[in-house]
Design a protein around this ligand. Sequence first.
Ligand code: MN
Length: 263
Amino acid sequence: MDFARRNLFSKAGLVGATALASYSQPSWAQSASKTPFEIPTTTIPIVGSTQVFPVRRIYCIGRNYEAHAREMGSDPTREPPFFFQKPTDAIQFVAPGQLVNHPYPTLTKNYHHEIELVAALSKGGRDIPVEKALEYVYGYAIGLDMTRRDLQRAMGNEKKPWEIGKSFDHSAPIGPIHTVEKFGHITQGAIWLKVNGVIKQEANLSQMIWSVAEQISKLSAAFEMMPGDIIYSGTPENVGPVVVGDTMEGHIDGLPNISLRVI
Ligand code: MN
């Protein structure tokens, strides 16, 4: 009671002082940095660095390997790339060399793995030309675009947004960022995913329909890209279900494997 009253008085005093001190500022400017509660920022560890990568937005490209486009029922030769987003806090960091628990989400009976290369940007821009696009990439990581396939399909059939199928909690597992500076660009090499030790998805990154550079260029025509944006660059064919108790192991040449157990 006493505390509350003192707090009220000090706030009133602050408002008065503010009003006198900064006449030209709007009244909300001083209080804009104060929040009633904290929201954690989403970051991803950077290999060989004490710094962490702050995530601004998560973009994902759809149907970016020919055989996967076909298995999803589209013609890969005619379709321009399309993108969707996941919420930033959908990130689940997966430390290499550990078997990390991954929660089976609510509402679905058909929960699918999609192994993907992720590009992380440290520069922003609009209308970025393809030839310049890789200059915006800070590093790469291995990731999973986990999908509630039944819900995604149901919404698609009704011409409704995909969010409930794609953009839910923990739907974006990811390994650490490997910087271009130390590890170079990743444009080709094997990408695979095993479930319980058995290969399910297997392809080469060079089989992407739209390269990472092309994805950045296309995205930047629709959105202003910013430092901290990351791009899930699409999954090869043979996406499929996992159930509680399954173990997923993901691999991309040049990056350490990640392992998750569905719980
Ligand atoms: Mn995907």
